[in-house]
Write a protein that binds this ligand. Structure first.
Ligand code: ZN
Length: 320
């Protein structure tokens, strides 16, 4: 797909400068460089700043970064400027609403040491406002820091592990195991039958919300097999040819969405009630109304999500 990398969180060509990760002297030098910029992340919420809103980059010596638990993660060189991210979840705002950590968290937190246009916010709510470069940096920061937060102990022996390689590995001092940040592949598929696309909704989704079917790839399975299995399990529809379209890093918490198209070889839908509440075929004409927000029956998939991107590309005949 020629426009594949224009999806939100699509590749911006960031120089990740992986050769510097193991070079302690180089990393220390960058962390003393006044040009270096650091993105703080608080409980999974990156710092945003300004109007129009961008990522909230701070200087290395900013006192806000003092509440970091672990060393900063080196994200790469952005036009020569070293970029890092650091987890400051140890900071205690005066008030922490119940929504923090929930699936939908509209709250924002302002740090008393930062200007009023700086706030920690949900990435989903801000992702479409970021430049492609900022989106790649923020998604990388959120995914890697989220991994460190939940992988503080060695998966082999249970001892506390420590961050090495500027945040791109954890090392266990007891058994010597090295652990790498994980990325979980998820297939998400535009299943087509003539003029129609297959849409489904999960139990508990907001009313009227439908999206493309999706599911985790299992160990030992190809992408194509995962597409066919998920569609069969969830809807009973059989899929023939499967092709790859585009991918999207999705750091909620650590997915890599693999966007595919599949040609349905059957049309009868039998919904698996555990996985789905409803599934239906939607024609191209109906989908144009849905995406334009003119449908009462269905709401369009979220702007910025690969489902929306693939649907719009299908409607515009831009899947090639
Ligand atoms: Zn160990």
């Amino acid at each position: 797909m020629r426009i594949a990398e224009t999806v939100t969180f699509g590749g911006s060509g960031l120089d990740r400068a992986a050769h510097l990760r193991g070079d302690a002297q180089a990393v220390e030098g960058m962390l003393r460089d006044p040009a270096t910029r650091v993105l703080p992340v608080w409980r999974g919420k990156p710092l945003f700043a300004g109007d129009p809103r961008g990522a909230g980059w701070l200087s290395v010596g900013d006192p806000v970064l003092g509440s970091a638990d672990e060393a900063p993660v080196f994200l790469g060189l952005d036009e020569g400027v070293p970029r890092f991210a650091v987890d400051i979840s140890g900071w205690q705002p005066e008030e922490v609403p119940d929504t923090v950590g929930a699936f939908f968290d509209p709250s924002e937190q302002r740090h008393p040491l930062l200007p009023p246009d700086h706030a920690f916010g949900e990435l989903r709510a801000n992702m479409t406002r970021l430049s492609p470069r900022a989106a790649e940096l923020v998604a990388t920061a959120k995914a890697v820091l989220g991994w460190h937060e939940t992988h503080g102990f060695c998966a082999r022996c249970g001892a506390r592990s420590r961050m090495i390689e500027a945040g791109w590995q954890r090392h266990c001092p007891d058994c010597g195991a090295r652990h790498f940040p994980r990325t979980d592949p998820v297939v998400i598929m535009l299943i087509l039958s003539g003029n129609d696309v297959l849409m489904g909704r999960s139990p508990g989704w907001p009313e009227g919300m439908y999206s493309l079917l999706a599911g985790f790839v299992e160990p030992g399975e190809t992408v194509e097999a995962a597409v066919r299995r998920e569609v069969r399990e969830e809807t009973g529809v059989e899929v023939g040819h499967v092709g790859y379209l585009a991918s999207q890093p999705w750091p909620f918490p650590a997915s890599l969405m693999l966007g595919c198209r599949g040609e349905a070889s059957s049309r009868t839908i039998r919904v698996d009630p555990v996985e789905l509440e409803d599934a239906r075929w939607v024609s191209r004409e109906e989908m144009l109304e849905i995406v334009a927000g003119r449908s009462d029956a269905m709401k369009p998939a979220r702007q910025g999500a690969i489902a929306r991107f693939l649907i719009e590309a299908w409607l515009a005949d831009r899947l090639e």
